[in-house]
Design a binder for this molecule. Structure first.
Ligand SMILES: Nc1ncnc2c1ncn2[C@@H]1O[C@H](COP(=O)(O)OP(=O)(O)OP(=O)(O)O)[C@@H](O)[C@H]1O
Length: 274
């Protein structure tokens, strides 16, 4: 079976220019990271601040180039230096960022925010764009009446729903979710996680879920990759990694994390297991 996403030995170096007081230096943000993600599955990427999670997310989403390595989307090699990327390839991968306050243009109405990817990437006429935006609002648990409102008129959870809806407008295969619930209250986190799980089932979406929160990862992930200073130090199924962490860093990370379970997450897990 072809993987939806395959990363082979991804390397990313950042060259930080020197100043009067500091020498120029190179930050080795990714030191050769490899993994695969299959259709309809979720790979969680876990690790502390600075371990390279977001760098990896930006490379997968083709926002940033890698220094070396290979990236394959549905078995097709992507030019990681970003030359020659087809619009088709770009449409397949979308990203949702942590901050729903910062990621939506405050001057645009929700309908226009959702229609924008269609205007840029397709020839869909205005009435079709409107219809698709309305339909997507409903899919993420919002309402047609929200179409003409501005982002400031929504709660944090609702804004993240809008960001998810925007990411889905082009029917992507893969969503990179970069700390998508970290800025939300616990009860709202559970609602958004449940929404992501439902959308995954409905559209057979593949997720790369970046998080530092192990209780969230435990709920959402099929596979887990633990990163430490630019390296993947652990990689396996969720149950394997949680039940029997191999690397000393993973053990420390798990020991340091309180079990902050969310009631409705537990309920859903139980439903899933049943
Ligand atoms: N544009 C850049 N220029 C120089 N160094 C960078 C740049 N972006 C990231 N880095 C460095 O690369 C390393 C990995 O950063 P990255 O943001 O990917 O980590 P992270 O695990 O996502 O952390 P956080 O959770 O805090 O966002 C860090 O040492 C960071 O300082």
């Amino acid at each position: 079976m072809t993987h939806v996403l395959e990363a082979r030995n991804l390397v990313r170096d950042y060259h930080v220019p020197g100043s009067l007081f500091k020498k120029a230096r190179t930050v080795h943000a990714l030191k050769g990271v490899s993994f695969t993600v299959d259709e309809g599955k979720t790979l969680a990427i876990v690790g502390e601040s600075g371990c390279g999670k977001s760098t990896l997310g930006r490379i997968i989403t083709l926002i940033d180039p890698a220094t070396a390595g290979e990236l394959l989307i549905e078995g097709k090699k992507v030019d990681i230096a970003r030359d020659g990327l087809t619009p088709e390839m770009r449409r397949k991968v979308q990203i949702v960022f942590q901050n729903p306050y910062g990621s939506l243009n405050p001057r645009q109405k929700i309908g226009d925010i959702l229609a924008e990817p269609l205007i840029i990437n397709t020839k869909a006429p205005a009435d079709e764009r409107r219809e698709r935006a309305m339909a997507m609002l409903k899919k993420v648990g919002l309402d047609e009446k929200h179409y003409n409102r501005y982002p400031h008129m929504f709660s944090g959870g609702q804004r993240q729903r809008i960001a998810i809806a925007r990411a889905l407008m082009l029917n992507p295969r893969l969503l990179v979710l970069d700390e998508p619930v970290s800025a939300l209250d616990l009860s709202v986190q559970a609602q958004v996680l449940n929404l992501l799980a439902d959308l995954q089932d409905e559209f057979q979406l593949t997720y790369v879920f970046i998080s530092h929160d192990l209780s969230v990862v435990r709920y959402i992930a099929d596979h887990v990759m633990v990163m430490y200073y630019g390296e993947a130090v652990e990689y396996g199924s969720r149950d394997e990694v949680f039940a029997d962490p191999k690397h000393s860093y993973t053990k420390t990370l798990f020991a340091a994390t309180p079990r902050a379970d969310v009631a409705s997450i537990k309920a859903r897990l139980a439903r899933k297991a049943a």
